[in-house]
Write a protein that binds this ligand. Structure first.
Ligand code: AMP
Ligand code: GLY
Length: 423
């Protein structure tokens, strides 16, 4: 079959890698892709938000399945446009992608269906939000309602910070229309864990757990980023916690979406906080995590095409998801200055060191071809991933592999997966 992947980051490279292993796939395409994905798929420069162009291209190549990676096109309704053109698509329709696209929607859904999450209020007027802050407990969390490149969440330690945050989001529109509504939420403490799941509208199957490292600097310092590294599985996500989440969070979420007339087909990524009062939902994402996909997918034993087709067809109940009994760690190599100011265009050396090395992967996030070489083309450049029998071994392997790559201004965190030492 012919498969088209929509997106062009490390997550899509990890998806492309998994898809390329399927014996069912004859030809793989990606829009727009990147220099790494180009090793597995024919990449064509069509932007992910140009839905009609993507649909035309998918028809032209006779795509039997289209897989959508990123959040923006999903929230914008790309799946509806592609389906209307007669294509088979893996990913949630617009009315289900709202689970990530609107935090006010997702919080109200959780309240209505008793899914554990932080206490909150939703505001559409800055004056009301500011008044509410006067009697709120600190620290407090502000969340712009819509998508804001992962930057729309502010954790405020003082009333002053919170007041400034409300003004920036709602009045100055720092995140554009994403700030038309604001969620103000109770601050929770605990360990964070990411759980990726497949859904077919009524059934949900859980993949292996993972943990992200969002801050730019070692020891969780510095600014929030798209993710500086991940490990999978999380040793803190025990069988007992998993049982609780399946019963009280995962199943109720899929059933709630179905009950609301918004059946969810695709990946729901649950961002969870393991609090003293039990696991609670921090956020939902309507897609694979980046760089969670880079540590979860290489450990999946199933043919990903079988699983994705079952999600589309509503037959996920028949699939037994299986993961290798090992671990993986991904260290993001970034360009110094990310997530603020950084340069692009540095020549990358050493990519060939990964060729033929079992259990080692280099997923491209921001790269492009230039002449005969490959150059940096983003803040997050490469996700160096390695497997190991244990998390410690995977971490050692991943850090060893970071040395195989060089480019000017290469920057990475040195403590990805360090938390496992406390487990
Ligand atoms: P989100 O985009 O909702 O995942 O938020 C980004 C990050 O902010 C999360 O990964 C948490 O580290 C933090 N965060 C979000 N909501 C809360 C909360 N209610 N309490 C504490 N931290 C939070
Ligand atoms: N790594 C976090 C995310 O994909 O949202």
């Amino acid at each position: 079959m012919n498969v088209l992947i929509v997106g062009g980051g490390g997550r899509e490279h990890a998806i492309a890698y998994a898809v390329s292993k399927s014996p069912k796939v004859d030809k793989l395409y990606c829009v727009p892709g990147n220099a790494g994905i180009a090793g597995l798929a024919e990449c064509v420069d069509i932007k992910v938000m140009e839905f009609e162009e993507v649909a035309r291209f998918a028809k032209k190549i006779k795509a039997d399945l289209v897989i959508v990676g990123p959040d923006d096109p999903l929230a914008g309704g790309i799946v509806d446009v592609l389906e209307k053109a007669g294509l088979r698509v893996f990913g949630p329709a617009k009315n289900a992608a709202i689970l990530e696209g609107s935090k006010a929607f997702s919080k109200d859904l959780m309240k209505k269906y008793n899914i554990p999450t932080a206490q909150y209020e939703v505001f559409d007027k800055a004056a009301d939000a500011l008044k509410y802050l006067d009697s709120a407990k600190l620290p407090i969390v502000l969340k712009a309602d819509g998508l804001a490149l992962g930057k729309g969440v502010l954790i405020c330690n003082t009333l002053e910070e919170a007041r400034t945050g409300v003004k920036e989001i709602m009045l100055d529109k720092k995140f554009g229309t994403a700030g038309n509504k604001l969620v103000i939420e109770e601050y929770m403490t605990g360990r964070e864990v990411s759980v990726l799941t497949f859904c077919d509208g009524k059934t949900i199957k859980v993949m292996s757990s993972a943990q992200d490292h969002k801050r730019a600097g070692d020891g969780d310092t510095g600014l929030n980023t798209g993710g500086m590294g991940t490990f999978s599985p999380s040793p803190f996500y025990t069988k007992k916690i998993d049982d609780y989440c399946r019963k009280n969070i995962f199943k109720p979420t899929v059933e709630a979406m179905a009950a609301e007339g918004r059946p969810f087909k695709g990946v729901i990524f649950f961002g969870l906080m393991l609090t003293e009062d039990g696991p609670k939902v921090l956020e939902y994402n309507a897609r694979f995590g980046d760089p969670e996909a880079q540590v979860v997918l290489p450990r999946m034993k199933n043919d990903i095409i079988d699983v994705m087709e079952a999600c589309v067809d509503g037959t996920l109940g028949k699939i037994k998801l299986e993961f290798e009994d090992n671990a993986a760690v991904c260290v993001m190599l970034a360009s110094k200055g990310y997530p603020e100011k950084y340069e692009r265009g540095y020549l990358i050396d050493g990519l060939e060191n990964f060729d033929g090395k079992d259990g080692y992967y280099v997923f491209h996030s921001g790269t492009k071809k230039k002449g005969k070489g490959i150059v940096t083309n983003g803040g997050r450049v490469l996700g160096v991933t390695a497997k190991g029998a244990t998390l410690r071994e995977a971490r050692e392997n991943a850090y060893k592999a970071t040395e195989w790559i060089s480019f000017d201004n290469k920057y990475f965190r040195h403590d990805i997966g360090k938390a496992i030492d406390e487990a």
